[in-house]
Design a protein around this ligand. Structure first.
Ligand code: PMP
Length: 420
């Protein structure tokens, strides 16, 4: 069938719109890892709402809980009043996620989205330490409000701020200068040399895998060394797990494998279970020095979000989901390695880990071309990286193996076309 017209969006929606320019159709239905447009064209979703749909579209078990809650006149909006839905979520989150990992955090609800969580993390770190600067990394992405944008290493997005963005010193992320430069040593030197001009910061904020920044993966060692450096200088360690959390890299928290314990963790996107806005800031209890109401927001009590979030935690009651993710991640990796062999040597390399992997092209336009071809053939994939040079595969974690295989098959056809 033909694709529906985009005319209304072109006429009425702001020029800032972006994804609808890559995926030029009008979507109307979705289930699991499949989406349909208004003309019944089917698409396989390797995008998963930029990481907000780890449990798939309209996950039936989660939907059941939300619908039942609504039919029972459950509270939907409550600012930060105490509700049964929040009580139940907090208890389940503590029992299912924190306790088994030996983690103790106070849970803050900073507002509805990822950027709210990052803002609150940066504010509390500055309040705790009385210091101004935070250290962030090349190609980091932390959000679009001024505090989090100041910690975002993306010139195009920063330019949109229209005001001076301050308070951040950028350091090279793991691998920024290739494999032979240890960027933690570089950071240590900058912090310890009074001549470097770098003040002791309030916090270091990092993603363990840079999602928007091109699927750059920090090594275990690098993360452990950063943690050590933070402890040595009494710097708070903030892990922004907004995109990599909730299983994207294979474990619930992306930092688990490295065995580090951040002082503050930012969660959003898939914590809302069903694509509903919800954000958490996890704060080490000794740093939870907020005064009542010092940071607030009208939508910090999205009870449908609590209900969905709690239902989604059922996936984390044992380690079967982790094993399931690993199996799919291995399948993606072996397919990508095979596809790389089909392309001219040195033109493309593998990036990412877990269920966020991609192909990074030496010629960036190849990545957009690949995603464009994929869309024409019914596969939704986005680019990432500073030059949009990475074609990113990010399906729902719950994708059925047959659908994953079908998506990879479409991708293979597109790579064959590119290579021809
Ligand atoms: N941090 C990271 C690592 C992200 O990937 C994003 C969103 N892409 C954000 C923060 C901001 O989240 P939101 O768009 O929900 O404000």
């Amino acid at each position: 069938a033909d694709k529906p017209s985009m005319q209304v969006f072109e006429q009425l929606e702001s020029e800032v719109r972006s994804y609808c320019r890559s995926f030029t159709t009008v979507f109307s239905k979705a289930t699991g890892a499949k989406m349909w447009d208004a003309n019944s064209n089917e698409y396989i979703d390797f995008f998963a709402g930029a990481g907000s749909l780890n449990y798939g579209h309209n996950n039936p078990a989660i939907r059941r809980k939300i619908v039942d809650y609504m039919l029972e006149d459950g509270i939907t909006h409550s600012l930060d009043m105490a509700t049964k839905a929040k009580e139940s979520f907090l208890t389940t989150f503590d029992e299912t996620i924190l306790e088994p990992r030996n983690l103790t955090y106070k849970v803050m609800f900073p507002g509805p989205t990822g950027t709210n969580s990052v803002e609150s993390a940066l504010k509390i770190a500055r309040k705790v330490t009385g210091r101004n600067t935070v250290i962030s990394f090349t190609n980091a992405f932390h959000g679009m409000t001024l505090g989090s944008l100041a910690a975002t290493g993306n010139g195009y997005k920063r330019a949109g701020a229209g005001v001076a963005l301050g308070g951040t010193a950028f350091m090279p992320y793991d691998g920024y200068f290739g494999d032979n430069v240890n960027t933690v040593e570089y950071l240590a030197k900058m912090l310890e040399d009074p001549g470097s001009g770098v003040e002791t910061p309030a916090a270091v904020i990092l993603e363990t895998v840079q999602g928007e920044g091109g699927l750059n993966v920090a090594s275990r060692q690098w993360l452990q060394d950063i943690e050590k450096l933070c402890r040595k200088h009494d710097i708070l360690l903030i892990v922004d797990d907004v995109q990599m959390g909730c299983g994207r890299t294979g474990t619930f928290f992306s930092f688990e494998e490295a065995g580090i314990k951040p002082d503050i963790v930012c969660l959003s996107k898939s914590i809302g279970g069903y694509g509903l806005p919800l954000a958490l800031t996890l704060i080490s209890p000794k740093y939870d020095i907020w005064k009542p109401g010092e940071h607030n927001g009208t939508f910090r009590g999205n009870n449908l979000g609590f209900v969905a979030a709690e239902a989604a935690l059922a996936y984390w009651k044992d380690d079967s989901f982790t094993r399931d993710i690993k199996g799919k991640a291995d399948a993606i990796r072996s397919t990508l390695n095979r596809l790389i062999e089909k392309m001219p040597e040195g033109s493309v390399k593998h990036k990412g880990k877990g269920m966020i992997q991609g192909l990074s092209f030496t010629e960036p336009e190849m990545a957009s071309k690949l995603c464009g071809l994929a869309f024409e053939r019914g596969l939704i994939m986005e680019t990432s990286g500073p030059f949009d040079e990475v074609a990113k595969l990010m399906p729902p974690l719950t994708i059925e193996p047959a659908v994953l295989e079908a998506g990879l098959k479409i991708l293979e056809g597109c790579v064959d076309k590119l290579a021809a």
